[in-house]
Design a protein around this ligand. Structure first.
Ligand SMILES: [Zn+2]
Length: 196
């Protein structure tokens, strides 16, 4: 019943994280019912985004510039680097306003027995940053979950080569199985202050 174009767009929505087939349909029907000007504005913004979005060359946060606003901010401490799994972790940590260092976004977590991945590629780039000798402390800002274990092990193996860099982890104030993204600012603040 649905024309191929409709199906194509519904399939697109279906590929969004945490969107199932029913929700994809709902999004589609919602979108087509929007007023003409809203649809146009959405289309134009999306076009600009797709044509101009880059990933910050230092931390991989999406940006319209080569370097994101955090990495280009001279007030941020270059000597402390926090490694996080996702972009949303950066946003959550920024709400605490306590962390003044810079970030490195892995883009997800390494799956067990995964040989090649985007994350491992990014970690290679992380090493070039570590070799610049500017970074004095690396905070592993990953969740305390079973899923994060392979990534933490992989990172620890790499980081131990850099004996001059202090390696710390967030304190376990974060609720068990908790993701940074969903941790409240107060808890995150103390997890950061009590890192070791
Ligand atoms: Zn950046």
């Amino acid at each position: 019943m649905l024309p191929p174009l409709f199906k194509k767009i519904i399939n697109f929505f279906n590929r969004f994280p945490e969107i199932g087939p029913r929700q994809a349909l709902r999004l589609f029907f919602w979108l087509v019912k929007q007023p003409e000007e809203n649809k146009k504005e959405f289309l134009e913004s999306l076009k600009v985004l797709i044509e101009s979005v880059k990933f910050c060359k230092y931390c991989f946060f999406p940006s319209l510039e080569e370097v994101c606003s955090i990495c280009s901010n001279p007030k941020r401490n270059e000597e402390i680097l926090m490694i996080v799994a996702r972009e949303t972790d950066v946003l959550t940590l920024e709400t605490t306003k306590i962390f003044k260092g810079k970030y490195f976004i892995l883009g997800g977590l390494i799956l067990p027995f995964e040989e090649k991945s985007l994350i491992k590629e990014r970690i290679k780039f992380l090493e070039t940053r570590l070799k610049e000798n500017k970074i004095k402390e690396v905070i592993i800002g990953l969740p305390f979950t079973r899923e994060a274990e392979p990534t933490i092990k992989f990172l620890e193996n790499i980081l131990k080569k850099y004996s001059k860099i202090k390696i710390t982890k967030l304190a376990k104030g974060i609720p068990a199985g908790g993701e940074i993204e969903f941790t409240d600012p107060e808890t995150l603040k103390s997890a950061l202050e009590q890192r070791k």
